[in-house]
Design a protein around this ligand. Structure first.
Ligand SMILES: Cc1cc2nc3c(=O)[nH]c(=O)nc-3n(C[C@H](O)[C@H](O)[C@H](O)COP(=O)(O)OP(=O)(O)OC[C@H]3O[C@@H](n4cnc5c(N)ncnc54)[C@H](O)[C@@H]3O)c2cc1C
Length: 392
C-alpha cells in the first residue's frame, strides 16, 4: 500500500494550495482529484484577487485585511497571473450607497491594505466620464476609482499545483476518494485512479472538496461532525464586446447587490448572482432567471447593450460556494474559512469549509499549522510566500 504524510482530496485552489504548503514544509503528499484540476468552483469564480470591499459592510475587517495582504503577496509572486486593475464605482442619484459611505469604505480599505500605492483611490473627473467604456452617464453623480486585482483562476490553480509538484507533491487524477477509515495513528484512503481501486495510508487526510466537502466527510468512518452549511450558486454571463478601462463595480438596480462587469480575454464577463443550491454540485448550471438578471444589469449601465437578450450571450457558467447556514441573504453571510478537525489533538482529518480564491495561500498555511502535530518532523523545502508562480 502507498504511504504518504498527507493525502489531499480535491484539486481546486484549496487542495493545490495545501499540497504546495505541505510539500514546502518537507512532507510527502498525494492529491486526489476526481476530474481535472479546477474542475469545480476554482474555474467558475469572478476571477478577482481582492480584499472584498463589500465585506466591510458586514464588518468582516479581519477577512478584508488578510485578503489584502494575500493580494500583495500574489502580486509579487505571480505577476504574470495576477494583475492590478482600476475598478470603477459609479454612483447615480438612485444608487443606494451614498458617496460618503463609499469614500469612507475605500479609506478603511486603503488602511487595511497598508496604505501602499495600490491602496490609492480618487474620483474620476467629469471630463473623463466619456472615456469609461460607454457607461451610462444619465443621473451619474460621481465615479470613484480604486485598485484591485484580476487573475485567471484555472491558470492560477494549475500554477500552484506545478509548484507543489516541483516540491515533490504527487497528483492522481482522475482519482475519486470513495471511502476513508480513521485509525489510531493513520488514515486509510480508498480511491479509484483511472477507474482502478487503490489504497493509501496517510498520517492526515485533508478534505478540500469545496462544495463536495460534506459528501466527502460522509465517506469517512468513524463519522465526523460537520458544521451546518448552505450551498449557494453564483453565475456569470460572457458577452461579446469588452470594457477596456478596467472593472466596473455596479449596484443591481433590482436589489442593490454588487455586480462586476469585467474584461475577460477579448470579451466581457458579468457576475455574479447568489441563488440557494440544492443537489449535486456536479450538475450546477446558470438558471434562466440568473441570466436575465445579469443581462438587465448590463443593459441598465451600458446603453449600447440596451437590446441585448439572453440569446445573444456567448456563454455562461455557474459555480457553487459553501457558506455557513444561517438566516438572511447569502450576500451578508460570513466568508471566513472554517477548518474542522476530527479531534483537537493530533487530528487525522481536516475539512476546509468555504473560503476564497484570494485567501488560498493563507488558508493552506493555517492547515499546515493545524496538522503539523500529527506529522513527522521534516526539513522544509520552500516558503509559499516567496515561491514564484508562473503560467503554463
Ligand atoms: C460564483 C463565485 C464567484 C467567486 N468569485 C471569487 C473571486 O472573485 N475571488 C475570490 O477570492 N473568491 C471567489 N469565490 C470563491 C472561490 O472561488 C472558492 O472559494 C474556491 O474556488 C473554492 O475552491 P475549493 O478548492 O475549495 O473548491 P473547488 O474548486 O470546487 O475544488 C474542489 C475539487 O474537489 C474535487 N472533488 C470533489 N469530490 C471529490 C472526491 N470524492 N475525490 C476527489 N476529488 C473530489 C472536485 O472535482 C473539485 O475539483 C467565488 C465563488 C463563487 C461560487
Amino acid at each position: 500500500m502507498k504511504r504518504v504524510d498527507v493525502v489531499v482530496v480535491g484539486g481546486g485552489i484549496h487542495g493545490v494550495g495545501v499540497a504546495q504548503a505541505v510539500a514546502g514544509a518537507g512532507h510527502s503528499v498525494l492529491l486526489l482529484e476526481k476530474k481535472k484540476l479546477a474542475a469545480g468552483t476554482s474555474s467558475r469564480s469572478s476571477k478577482l484577487i481582492h480584499g472584498g470591499l463589500r465585506y466591510l459592510e458586514s464588518g468582516q475587517f479581519h477577512l478584508v485585511r488578510e485578503s489584502l495582504r494575500e493580494r500583495r503577496i500574489l502580486l509579487s509572486i505571480a505577476p504574470e497571473l495576477v494583475e492590478l486593475k482600476p475598478f470603477f464605482l459609479p454612483l447615480y442619484r438612485t444608487t443606494r450607497r451614498q458617496p460618503w459611505q463609499l469614500r469612507l469604505g475605500l479609506s478603511i480599505y486603503a488602511l487595511l491594505g497598508g496604505l501602499g500605492p495600490e491602496s490609492r483611490f480618487a474620483s474620476v473627473p467629469k471630463s473623463e466620464w466619456d472615456s469609461l467604456d460607454g457607461l451610462q452617464t444619465r443621473g451619474l453623480r460621481t465615479v470613484l476609482r480604486y485598485f484591485d486585482a484580476q487573475t485567471d483562476d484555472l491558470a492560477l490553480t494549475r500554477a500552484v499545483m506545478r509548484s507543489a509538484e516541483y516540491l515533490g507533491a504527487e497528483r492522481a487524477s482522475p482519482a475519486e476518494l470513495f471511502a476513508a477509515e480513521v485509525r489510531a495513528d493513520s488514515v486509510i484512503a480508498q480511491y479509484t485512479h483511472d477507474g482502478a481501486p487503490q489504497e493509501c495510508e496517510a498520517q492526515v487526510l485533508v478534505n478540500a472538496a469545496g462544495p463536495w466537502v460534506k459528501r466527502v466527510m460522509d465517506r469517512i468512518t468513524p463519522r465526523i461532525e460537520s458544521p451546518s452549511i448552505e450551498l449557494v450558486q453564483g453565475s456569470h454571463i460572457l458577452v461579446r464586446d469588452t470594457v477596456r478601462q478596467g472593472i466596473y463595480y455596479v449596484e443591481s438596480p433590482r436589489d442593490g447587490r454588487a455586480i462586476f462587469v469585467m474584461p475577460w480575454r477579448s470579451n466581457m464577463l458579468v457576475g455574479t448572482t447568489e441563488t440557494r443550491f440544492r443537489g449535486d454540485p456536479d450538475g450546477v448550471q446558470p438558471l434562466a432567471a440568473e441570466k436575465h438578471y445579469l443581462v438587465n444589469v448590463l443593459r441598465h449601465y451600458f446603453p449600447r447593450h440596451a437590446q441585448l437578450t439572453v440569446g445573444d450571450l456567448l456563454d455562461s457558467f455557474a459555480g457553487v460556494r459553501v457558506l455557513p447556514a444561517g438566516r438572511g441573504h447569502a450576500f451578508h453571510r460570513s466568508r471566513e474559512t472554517l477548518l474542522i478537525c476530527d479531534r483537537d489533538d493530533h487530528p487525522r482529518v481536516l475539512g476546509i469549509y468555504g473560503g476564497k480564491l484570494t485567501g488560498y495561500r493563507a488558508t493552506a498555511e493555517q492547515v499546515v499549522q493545524r496538522i503539523s502535530g500529527s506529522l513527522p518532523t521534516r526539513k522544509p523545502r520552500g516558503d509559499t510566500r516567496t515561491l514564484r508562480l508562473t503560467p503554463d
